[in-house]
Design a protein around this ligand. Sequence first.
Ligand code: HXC
Ligand code: NAP
Length: 265
Amino acid sequence: MSVFRADVLKGRVALVTGGGTGICKGIARNFSQYGANVVITSRKLENLEKAAEEIEAAGGKCVPVQADVRKPEEVERAVAVALERFGKLDTVVNGAAGNFLCPASQLSYNAFRTVMEIDTIGTFNVTKAAFEALSKAGAEGQDPLVLNITATLHYVGTPLQAHVMAAKAGIDALMKNLAVEWGPLGIRVNNIAPGPIGDTEGMMRLAPGDLAQKMAANIPLRRFGTIQEIADMAVFLASPAARYISGAIMIVDGAQWLATQPFEM
Ligand code: HXC
Ligand code: NAP
């Protein structure tokens, strides 16, 4: 049973990076279900087309656009498509990310740079490309929103994640700056920091096989989160219920990071 009014996001137009798979596909689907039109982007067109078909089959409007967040011209094109197809853009979800387990001493220069470029610089690229459209939406009182998907890894010293910790911490810092600089334009900027979420590429990479069960047993709520739980937080933040929430990090992790055990090397 839905906890939100069926048309709570009616009139919104959202660009969701990484929207062809996993958590961000869930966010795009949920946005659409509650009335938003969505543009989804990533590198693999086949994933995007499949996700868009699913969303349209459920009665929504979804346009897939191939775009690498590291390439400003591709991102600008995605923004242009949103404006052409839907006449406006008032919501940006920065979910595109890369991750793998690797000790800092073994990371190549390019490996570190690659994750910084996808997560942190990619978030900047997309947000900057959308700035004019977001400002216009702000001037028209449409409550524009930038929503970044981060993590809780960098709240502690998570081993094998130097690249991702640095990248997500950079997004937290960027969010704080933009919430202050763009607040006067009516633009809200927030982050969702998920804990371990089941049935995702992220957890497949970070906790393969038996490790997942062991990890879940150490989470105070004793389970992984679901894609739907993150997608519902995204709908809440895009809804009028969150009109005064900006500069916030919404942690959705079952209290996992607070209970992080000292690492055994
Ligand atoms: C060490 C690695 C590596 C690995 C790649 N590299 N995988 N180094 N261990 N497992 C190195 C490569 O050798 C190369 O360096 C550099 O990283 C770039 O690799 P490419 O394959 O050329 O990069 P690219 O094609 O751009 O792909 C990016 C990627 C890839 C991040 C490496 O895995 C990807 O596309 N990921 C997207 C999907 C994803 O990661 N989803 C999970 C998000 S979950 P050299 O020096 O050899 O050139 C998430 C969870 C957060 O973020 C928190 C959870 C709790
Ligand atoms: P996912 O399905 O792999 O999502 C990552 C997405 O990013 C993919 O759709 C991928 O699509 C896209 N992407 C990667 N590089 C890109 C690039 N250069 N340009 C454009 N798009 C790119 O993994 P997920 O687990 O659902 O993660 C989604 C988000 O949640 C990420 O920000 C992740 O850090 C965060 N998160 C996840 C968890 C978890 O438990 N899963 C926990 C905390 C935070 P293409 O390959 O088609 O480009």
